[in-house]
Design a protein around this ligand. Sequence first.
Ligand code: NAI
Ligand code: AKG
Length: 460
Amino acid sequence: MAPKKGDDTKHDEYLKGIKHDGLRAVLAGVADRDPDQQEFLSAVHEVAKSLEPVFDKKPELLKALEVLCEPERQITFRVPWIDDKGEVQVNRGFRVQFSSALGPYKGGLRFREGVNLSIIKFLGFEQTFKNAITSLPMGSAKGGSDFEPKGKSSSEVQRFCQSFMTELHKYIGDRRDTPAGDIGVGPTEIGYLFGQYKRIAGVWNAALTGKGLGFGGSFIRPEATGYGVVFFAEAALKDRDDDLKDKRCVVSGSGNVASYCAMMLLRKGAKVLALSDSKGYVYVEDGLTEDQLKQVLEIKSNHNGSLEDFDGGKYVGDRAKPWEIDTEVDMAFPCATQNEVDEEDAKQLTQHGCKFLFEGANMPCTSSAVEHFEKEGVLYAPGKASNAGGVAVSWLEMVQNRSGLSWEEEEVESKLEEIMKGVYESAKSAAEEYDTNLAAGANIAGFLKVADAVMAEGAV
Ligand SMILES: NC(=O)C1=CN([C@@H]2O[C@H](COP(=O)(O)OP(=O)(O)OC[C@H]3O[C@@H](n4cnc5c(N)ncnc54)[C@H](O)[C@@H]3O)[C@@H](O)[C@H]2O)C=CC1
Ligand SMILES: O=C(O)CCC(=O)C(=O)O
């Protein structure tokens, strides 16, 4: 069947770099449909560009991409809640169920000011290929709200979560769709959401992952994304007869992913020179100690905590980014948010000697930053491969819940390590087969798994 025709002459800028005619038409159709969804369109463009060699060999799979660019279902809903002054506040909730081709929908929830449909769709689209490359039977989804937990009391967060779940419960369940955490949604929020789910659904099932250890959570889920990035980096370095010992690393963020990425880097003998938050960064020339990292976790255990209160290193405020630190850097791990590494940041990193960049966050590097890294020969690993450890352990949590068992910490960690090595190998072998780089290899490996299922299940 011919691909959906969009008018590609209207989208010159968006289609820059795309040569394949059929692909241009599909992308123009996506841009026609949602011209204002910048984050989503940019994620689609990045994946599509790297799939050109696939469509040269297997043009029939273009139809699968067209199908995968449109979510199976997108739900937006009103979330009214009462603040501490007794006044009613209203936020908007989202759940975008992208693809169930490989299994029940799976993906996190983000609570943050400014969250909109474009951001949730970009995250859900990325999740599709991320979940596929793990080879675990998971579909993809993402959700959240423009509710900002920073500055709210814990009772306000609780009331918001209960109202959010009062609507969301209609669409989730352990064989249907299983949300987890993301920015602004940690164990506390998951606890409130899970409590409300049970209250309304009247059943105990693994409708959410990232639960507390005492009520169905898995060891290592809080650590999984950060640990997983480091396991991925270790596999990539091993392949180059190298290792993490004494590597000088810059990590951005200081939340869930960043802290545990830093923790595992320390365990591997690397040095963590900096961590950041949205207001600035801390820099320790010889690398943070384990006690200093624990201090960061303590500060950030409260939504309102700031690195300004960190005692031990140099603090730079004014929203400065850690990529600017004027010292030798071997590796960068952006673990905060999307578009936090732009071309200028990328140039600063390579001027300081950076040779490796592993994304802990989802799409933290802009496309021009990625182009710069590629030009400079930096090994660049996209989040949809290198941060897949979080969702992988979420799946292990679901398996434990279904079997009624609880595995030891070492067992979960070693399964996570094996899964991350497998993700690296899948990206690498697709890159070799299609004669491309690791980032494109990750897109190709994920896409082929989900596209084959889409076609086998009858795409239309
Ligand atoms: N939690 C998880 O399991 C997974 C998270 N991710 C991604 O990792 C990233 C971080 O998520 P979490 O650690 O879970 O969130 P979090 O809410 O625990 O932490 C986010 C951190 O980023 C900082 N931050 C926010 N905006 C910033 C900015 N502009 N510059 C510097 N720092 C900034 C915040 O201060 C906070 O310390 C997000 O992109 C998320 O989508 C990806 C895979 C799984
Ligand atoms: O654990 C999960 O289900 C989802 C994690 C997530 O949102 C992500 O990988 O970006």
